[in-house]
Structures are given as structure tokens and as C-alpha cells.
Design a protein around this ligand. Structure first.
Ligand code: FPP
Length: 214
């Protein structure tokens, strides 16, 4: 969800306002994802590297996350959405951890779209944790590592969308991306909406996936 800062800067607004508008884009995208029948939607909200941002920006992001979960939980629940977190949230403040656990429990039996939020997430960290867990149980193979990833219960990754014109993965779902399609859009995240998701799905449908075969 890249481009919140640039969206704000172009308007001579504080970065935090860009993140606030980013949350509105999250709402639009989650609603559209449910309506368009996605089985899972994973949002990269906070990376293992984002702790390096100024303290006030980190705490603003935490506040937005908290408010988002509190304000929207009933809507998730009534839309049959299951909330899942990928990443290691043990570093978060106890009140946020508790809120996340409550939201997870409240939506645990839902069978519709999985909304996975990546928090304190980094692909390298995830793969290292999975490899340690696989090693502790025995053999290290692609299958045993996959089974220990945070995404183990999610469907295979079909499409990665990165906004704001950056053309790199930045430590997001690198293992899972082995055969995923990728789409890099110039739109800044706060401007992202249903029409972009629909266009992305149409583009995905046009691609021919061969998974290394022919
Ligand atoms: C990247 O834009 C965005 C982030 C680091 C934070 C994304 C978080 C949210 C949209 C809000 C919280 C999340 C949820 C799920 C409620 P940037 O700041 O790197 O923008 P820039 O590249 O233009 O500077």
C-alpha cells in the first residue's frame, strides 16, 4: 500500500493524513474484494523495517490500525470476513495485541474472504522462522517450510499489486511470489479503489500462467 506519504506531500499535508486516506482506501478495497469474490486479500500495513520511521509516524500508524479494527470489526463480521495476521506482533503494545486477538476470535468461524494484514512482517523473517520450525520437526524441504509459513492456511498467491510506481517486492511474500503474477501501478495508495482492483483482476485474467511448464 505504497504512496501515502507522496499523496500527502503533493497536497502540502502531513504524512499522517496520507495514511488516514490510506485507511479509506483499505475500506474500499476490502469491500470491493468481498463483492468481487476474492478468497483472500493480504494487505502490507507495517513491515519489519517500518520501525525505522520517526516515532510519531509509527505511533500514528498504530493508532490508525487500532481505530480501523475497532470501527470496522462488526462490518467484517457481518460480511463473513475472517481476520488473519501475518508477521510477528509480539513486539506490539499489549492493548493492540489484545484488540487483534479479540478481532481474530470474533471472526475465526467466518468462511468468506480472509483479510490478512501483514504487521511487523518481513518475508526474510518469516522464511527464517519457518525454516527453524521445520528444522525442529525434522526435514527442511520446500514443502515443510511452506507448511510453517504465516500464510500456510491461505490459498496460493495469485496476484501481487504494488501501488505508487515502485517496482520491487520490498520483503513482501517473497517465497509465496514464486509463481504469482505481479502488477505495478502508478496510482498512489490513497487513490486506489474498486476500479483499480477490477482492472487488476481483468489484467490477471488475461495472463497465461504456466508454472514452469509449457
Ligand atoms: C506506505 O506509504 C504505507 C505504509 C508504510 C503504511 C500503510 C498503512 C496504512 C494504509 C494504514 C494502516 C493499515 C490498516 C490495515 C488499517 P509510504 O508512507 O511509504 O508512502 P511514500 O512511499 O509515498 O512515502
Amino acid at each position: 500500500m505504497d504512496g501515502n506519504g507522496r499523496w500527502a506531500k503533493r497536497r502540502h499535508l502531513p504524512r499522517v493524513l496520507g495514511h488516514q486516506r490510506g485507511v479509506e482506501a483499505v475500506r474500499r478495497t476490502v469491500r470491493a474484494g468481498v463483492e468481487l469474490g476474492l478468497s483472500a486479500l493480504t494487505l502490507y500495513a507495517f513491515s519489519t523495517e517500518n520501525w525505522r520511521r520517526p516515532e510519531d509516524e509509527v505511533s500514528a500508524l498504530m493508532g490508525l490500525l487500532k481505530r480501523f479494527i475497532m470501527a470496522d470489526l462488526e462490518e467484517f463480521a457481518s460480511n463473513n470476513i475472517r481476520l488473519k495476521i501475518i508477521g510477528d506482533i509480539s513486539a506490539f503494545a499489549p492493548d493492540i495485541i489484545e484488540l487483534i486477538e479479540q478481532a481474530r476470535a470474533r471472526t475465526a468461524d467466518n468462511t468468506g474472504m480472509v483479510m490478512a494484514i501483514a504487521l511487523n512482517y518481513g518475508s526474510q523473517d518469516e522464511i527464517a522462522r519457518a525454516a527453524r520450525a521445520a528444522a525442529a520437526k525434522g526435514e527442511i524441504t520446500p514443502e515443510t517450510i511452506s507448511a510453517e509459513l504465516d500464510t500456510a492456511d491461505l490459498p496460493p498467491l495469485d496476484l501481487i499489486i504494488r501501488t505508487s510506481g515502485e517496482v520491487r517486492l520490498s520483503n513482501f511474500l517473497m517465497w509465496q511470489a514464486a509463481y504469482a503474477e505481479m502488477l505495478f501501478l502508478d496510482v498512489l495508495w490513497p487513490d486506489f479503489g474498486r476500479e483499480h482492483l477490477e482492472e487488476a483482476m481483468a489484467e490477471y485474467a488475461r495472463r497465461e500462467r504456466r508454472f514452469g511448464g509449457r
